[in-house]
Design a protein around this ligand. Structure first.
Ligand code: SAJ
Length: 428
């Protein structure tokens, strides 16, 4: 199938790079976002999302004349739905954006169109929820409309490369839909294109992130065991990973971001009686901020009240500016609640703030007079900190490394009392 035009619904982390990449590959792309501010920002030549290379890519797409953005859809050969599916407070998927996006294109659908859902969804959403909405157009998915589910799998921080190079799974509600999807993504995807049915493709996406969540939970449990047994979990993991069939992930202060900590719940919601392990892993990872508070309390004489702390990093992981669902923020909130005087420093999102904590503009300002440094995120510049210089700024000599990222020997040489997550104290 040949495509000349594409309408992309949702211009966020996935929709914007996808729309721009298609435009730069010769398709006429109309990007839609319901948020007026996002549309205005893009039209002014800026990007509302910080991602390496994205601004240049978007600008090139506009310059090519192939990209337009608006709040309303238009007719097109293909439609991609890439809107958020957040988690509701009851741990169920909020499909309202998907439903609204599908409804918004109904008046524009023509026979032979292809509709692709990219948003992460519980199993059977494409078939049970989206197909009936599209059928309101008078055309029938699987007959005169093509409909497929194709999950995004790109890693924030590396989106532009992974969009092109990753294998792409395309699940059609029938074979012709999957093949139409292959013809569309084949315009720029260099990775393997794997065709399947829609529900399998939905499962693939959820399984990938759940696999990671469960394995991070396991690493976190190992960290707790190591702390109890006087073992350094980082050394133990490194040695275990020399086994040809073992690859233990990294323990840490929790699982953040808008994917891994959310998607497993979509499986629990779909089949609570079939998902005890998945649910338990979620609870283990959600309990990490609390475990960190315990660790800190134990090492600070039991009381956090009035302690002057420099909290480095607020992002959900290293070298990204994304603060969504960040365990670092949850930990700072808990520290504030416990009465600590916390100064935060997040170089990649300077506007990021936690109520009750003082945001610093410069790292020195955060460290000045602090009795303890709390490394929440292993951003590259933090790893290059010189312990002697830090010692000169701080009033105390205590460091909590919650990422196992600092050079323990170097910090100890500079006189610091170092507490590393997952490292138990030896009595022998
Ligand atoms: N984390 C650990 N230990 C680890 C790895 C990660 O504690 O060993 C934590 C991170 O610090 C972070 C969270 O987990 O808080 C998630 O980080 P991540 O880098 O594992 O994943 P995301 O959320 O940035 O992106 C994931 C990716 N999925 C997989 O790797 C299976 C990405 O490919 C998906 O496209 C993305 O979710 C998504 O949008 O679903």
């Amino acid at each position: 199938m040949a495509f000349q035009s594409l309408c992309v619904l949702g211009l966020g982390y996935i929709g914007l790079p996808t729309a721009s990449t298609f435009a730069n590959n010769g398709l006429r792309v109309h990007g839609v976002d319901v948020n007026e501010r996002i549309v205005a920002t893009l039209r002014s030549g800026e990007s509302h999302i910080q991602e390496p290379g994205l601004r240049t890519l978007v600008q090139a797409a506009f310059r090519s004349g192939n990209l337009t953005v608006d709040r309303q859809p238009t007719e097109a050969d293909a439609f991609i739905i890439a809107v958020p599916t957040p988690l509701l407070p009851n741990q169920r998927a909020d499909l309202s954006y998907v439903v609204a996006a599908a409804e918004s294109i109904v008046p524009y659908l023509r026979p032979g169109n292809l509709v692709i859902l990219e948003s992460t969804c519980p199993p059977r959403t494409t078939v049970d929820r989206v197909a009936p909405i599209l059928a309101q157009s008078g055309h029938t998915p699987g007959s005169d409309l093509h409909l497929a589910y194709s999950p995004e799998r790109v890693l924030p921080g590396n989106i532009l490369r992974e969009l092109i190079e990753n294998a792409r799974v395309i699940g059609g509600i029938d074979r012709a839909s999957a093949e139409a999807g292959r013809d569309l993504y084949g315009l720029f995807v260099r990775g393997e294109i794997l065709l399947t049915d829609a529900t399998t493709a939905e499962m693939v996406k959820l399984m990938e992130n759940t696999y990671r969540d469960v394995n991070i939970a396991l690493a976190n449990e190992f960290a707790g065991l190591a702390e109890a047994f006087g073992v350094d979990v980082w050394q133990a993991i490194e040695m275990a990973n020399r086994h040809p069939r073992v690859r233990i992930l990294r323990p840490g202060p929790g699982v953040g971001g808008h994917c891994i900590g959310i998607d497993p719940w979509f499986l629990v919601e779909a089949a609570p009686d079939k998902t005890p392990l998945i649910k338990q892993a979620r609870l283990v990872n959600d309990g990490r901020p609390e475990a960190v508070l315990d660790l800190m309390r134990r090492n600070l004489g039991g009381d956090l009240n009035g302690r002057k702390l420099a909290a480095l990093g607020l992002a959900y992981k290293a070298d990204v500016d994304d603060l969504r669902e960040s365990p670092a923020i949850a930990i700072v909130q808990e520290l504030v609640r416990a009465g600590a005087e916390v100064t935060t420093y997040e170089p990649l999102a300077p506007a990021g703030q936690v109520v009750g904590a003082r945001p610093a503009k410069e790292i020195d300002q955060a460290l000045q007079g602090a009795e303890a440094l709390v490394l929440l995120v292993d951003h590259k510049p933090f790893l290059a900190l010189e312990p002697e210089r830090v010692a000169a700024l701080m009033s105390g000599r205590r460091v909590f490394d919650l990422r196992g990222a600092l050079d323990q020997a170097a910090w100890r040489r500079a006189g610091f009392d170092l507490t590393v997550l997952g490292v138990g104290q030896h009595d022998d």
